[in-house]
Write a protein that binds this ligand. Structure first.
Ligand code: FEO
Length: 399
């Protein structure tokens, strides 16, 4: 446990989860995570910003004791997901006079998820402020980063933005601040891909609004803090833009090697034309790595054998998740092999309906890939290159 000063009278009082390896029973956390919570002591009043995952409640209480917090006026809940609000019932009990500051939707969620009585809540709207004496908290509604109730809290005098999940990264580290953007770029991009990417257009609006704020420090709910905020803001502007790269992500599963041969042939044909290819074998791939690759790629290809009558279940899962993540991918294709029939291509196409991507002609072969199939894969590679070129993402000689 640790209490760390960010600026005078502003402290990190969260918890680092070095061992956590899975989130939402789905997302791998190869580098652990942190649940950042903050203490702001004004000249007249004291506020807590978010709490921690319930598994870290003891550490959180120890930090409150260590920081000498005897009374609290406000507990700000930027987001109701339990990794930040799970210790709220305990904090509300510990500080019975504290008002719980929430957006209207968040009040409903903390009541239904955590049994917080609505009468304990102070509902704030966009632009509302609360004075702590010499410090002022301003609330910025930011729905859909990635829940509907989320808000950000801006500490005006100190120019600190408590940004909740936005700009976060699943990274357990003793560094309070990002020392070098290169250290955080991949965890932050991975986090964006897994959590934020489906809400790209909402985040674009929030970023536009934040440009009006003078921000010195971004203090997210996961991972180290950003000071100055320029590098992470620039990275987000890139990720949420409509720009894609000359990259093809191939996500595949193969049972007896036919689909894998097709994947390798397609990948070779693309690489020979200077297209960057990222291949993910679903038997061994990390979902976060796939999400990260999908952030920029112009094209995604899903490759699967037909199992009984449709796609292999691993491919079904990958297509479902790709559809949920809704990357800005502009082109998509399905390839694979079948034994005796099935509707694999139609099923997968139907599963990718949320992608705003042009479906290219599939390559599906009976049995092992023959010479005609290999030529069709080369034609698909040519088509992808042509599409990338038409869309201005193809750079001859630079994959
Ligand atoms: Fe880190 Fe959406 O909770």
């Amino acid at each position: 446990m640790a209490v760390r000063e960010i600026l005078p009278d502003i402290y990190w009082i969260g918890a680092i989860d070095w061992d956590r390896r899975i989130f939402d029973a789905l997302i791998p956390l190869p580098e652990g995570t942190s649940y950042n919570a903050y203490l702001v002591s004004g000249s007249e009043k004291t506020a807590l910003i978010d709490t921690v995952d319930p598994t870290k409640e003891f550490e959180y209480v120890c930090n409150l004791v260590k920081a000498g917090v005897e009374s609290v006026d406000y507990i700000v809940v930027n987001h109701a997901e339990q990794d930040h609000s799970g210790s709220l019932p305990m904090a509300a009990e510990l500080f019975p006079r504290a008002q719980i500051v929430v957006s209207e939707k968040c009040r409903d969620l903390v009541e239904s998820l955590l049994e917080i009585p609505p009468e304990r809540c102070l509902v704030v709207k966009d632009g509302d402020t609360i004075s702590l004496g010499n410090k002022t908290l301003e609330f910025i509604m930011a729905p859909w980063v990635h829940w509907p109730e989320t808000m950000l809290t801006y500490l005006q005098e100190d120019r600190v933005l408590f940004s909740c999940d936005l700009f976060g990264s699943h990274l357990a580290t003793s560094s309070l601040f990002v020392d070098d953007m290169r250290d955080i770029y991949h965890p932050a991009k991975r986090y964006y891909g897994e959590i934020m990417m489906p809400f790209r257009s909402n985040i674009r609006e929030h970023l536009a609004r934040l440009s009006a704020y003078d921000i010195g420090i971004i203090a997210p709910s996961h991972g180290p803090l950003h000071r100055p905020p320029g590098p992470i803001l620039a990275a987000y502007r890139d990720w949420i833009s409509d720009e894609v790269r000359n990259e093809v992500v191939i996500i595949y599963v193969s049972m007896h090697g036919s689909t894998e041969k097709m994947v390798n042939h397609l990948a070779g044909a693309l690489m020979e034309q200077n297209v960057t290819v990222r291949i993910f074998n679903l038997q061994v791939s990390d979902l976060g790595e796939i999400a990260m690759a999908l952030v920029d790629a112009a094209t995604v290809v899903i490759a699967t054998p037909t199992m009984i009558f449709g796609p292999h279940p691993l491919a079904v899962n990958a297509a479902y998740i790709t559809n949920l993540l809704r990357p800005k991918t502009k082109f998509a294709a399905v390839i694979g092999s079948f034994g005796w029939g099935g509707n694999t291509v139609e099923i997968l196409k139907g599963m990718l309906s949320r992608l705003n991507a042009e479906m290219l002609d599939p390559v599906y072969v009976k049995g092992a890939p023959d010479s005609a199939c290999l030529r069709n894969l080369e034609t698909l590679a040519d088509r992808i290159v042509e599409k990338h070129r038409e869309n201005g993402v193809f750079t001859p000689g630079a994959g």
